[in-house]
Design a protein around this ligand. Structure first.
Ligand code: NAI
Ligand code: 15L
Length: 265
């Protein structure tokens, strides 16, 4: 790729992936509403609010891939989710349509299915069961991407990320964890695949206690190599297991299932 756009580049995942993605494109175009520091020689920085249609059109121009990490990443007031995750996504897809339909990797979330119980094993045919307004916004994002695929042939990988961080922070994450290395190899597979389509992919490492089945996406050749199991002893020593009826041990979405709907005022 000549130019890969990374939205949400100032966030937790953006900061982790920024140095790792250096070899994937000649230029990384980094964008966020938060500060991004100084550009390295292979980088360009374009601040942009995803809710601003004109700015998003300029942002996408000249890019041949988009890693879309930007937006609200936890439960929040609807007005904030509306601007960043709904309007922002619409703006992104309209801009992509206007600028030669660069392939997109959309950071969706396990919170599209958060109300499945942890003793249920599901694949991508399972109906959505979002666990909050944040989860609903990711369901919207997946539906919007699918619309642009069916109508215009816009390709997107809908990556339902579990918990992508240095290491799992609790026992639930022994099932949902994805290492940075595995995310990097997934990103490379998505942008290098001769044909992508619009698949839903569970963004998890090869965890022994995973709940989600990626068999349908085998054609991409992604082979996650890490396994959260190696952190189990450390977690057992550090943390008491939550009670069996606690949200954290009951639902796939964990604590998000107990979040309130935040009032606007
Ligand atoms: P984060 O909250 O650390 O980063 C999101 C970034 O988006 C922030 O830097 C923020 O300033 C930016 N942003 C927010 N509103 C914006 C707007 N209106 N315009 C432009 N930029 C805006 O989240 P994180 O952890 O880095 O996650 C990245 C993406 O991956 C998010 O979309 C999140 O929903 C998704 N995801 C992450 C998971 C994880 O384990 N880190 C799990 C599941 C999904
Ligand atoms: C998400 O969707 C969030 O963005 C992230 O902060 C984590 O909490 C993750 O899900 C998770 O479920 O662990």
């Amino acid at each position: 790729m000549k130019r890969l756009l990374i939205t949400g580049a100032a966030g937790g995942l953006g900061r982790a992936m920024r140095p790792r993605l250096k070899g994937l494109a000649e230029t990384l175009r980094l964008s966020d509403i938060a500060g991004l520091g100084r550009a390295e020689p292979h980088e360009e920085i374009v601040p942009c609010d995803l809710g601003d249609a004109n700015a998003v059109h300029k942002l996408v121009e000249g890019c041949d891939g988009i890693l879309h990490l930007g937006g609200i990443s936890v439960e929040d007031k609807f007005s904030k989710i509306l601007n960043a995750n709904l309007l922002g996504l619409y703006n992104l897809y309209e801009a992509a349509r206007a600028h030669e339909k660069p392939r997109v990797l959309f950071a969706s979330s396990n919170h599209t299915v958060g109300f499945y119980r942890q003793d249920q094993h599901i694949d991508v045919t399972a109906p959505m069961r979002p666990d909050g307004l944040y989860g609903v916004s990711k369901c919207f994002g997946e539906a919007l991407a699918r619309l642009y695929f069916e109508k215009f042939g816009q390709e997107t990988a809908l990556v339902r990320i579990g918990s992508c961080m240095e290491k799992p922070k609790n026992h639930r994450m022994l099932s949902t964890w994805m290492s940075y290395d595995d995310f990097l190899s997934l990103i490379a597979c998505v942008f290098r695949a001769p044909m992508l389509g619009c698949p839903i992919i569970w963004g998890i490492s090869d965890n022994d206690s995973r709940w989600w089945d990626n068999a349908h996406a085998a054609y991409l050749g992604w082979r996650p190599r890490d396994n959260a199991e190696r952190f189990r002893a450390e977690l057992d020593a550090q943390l008491e297991r939550p009670a069996p009826d606690a949200a954290l041990s009951r639902y796939q979405g964990g604590q998000f299932t107990e979040d309130p709907i935040f009032p606007e005022t």
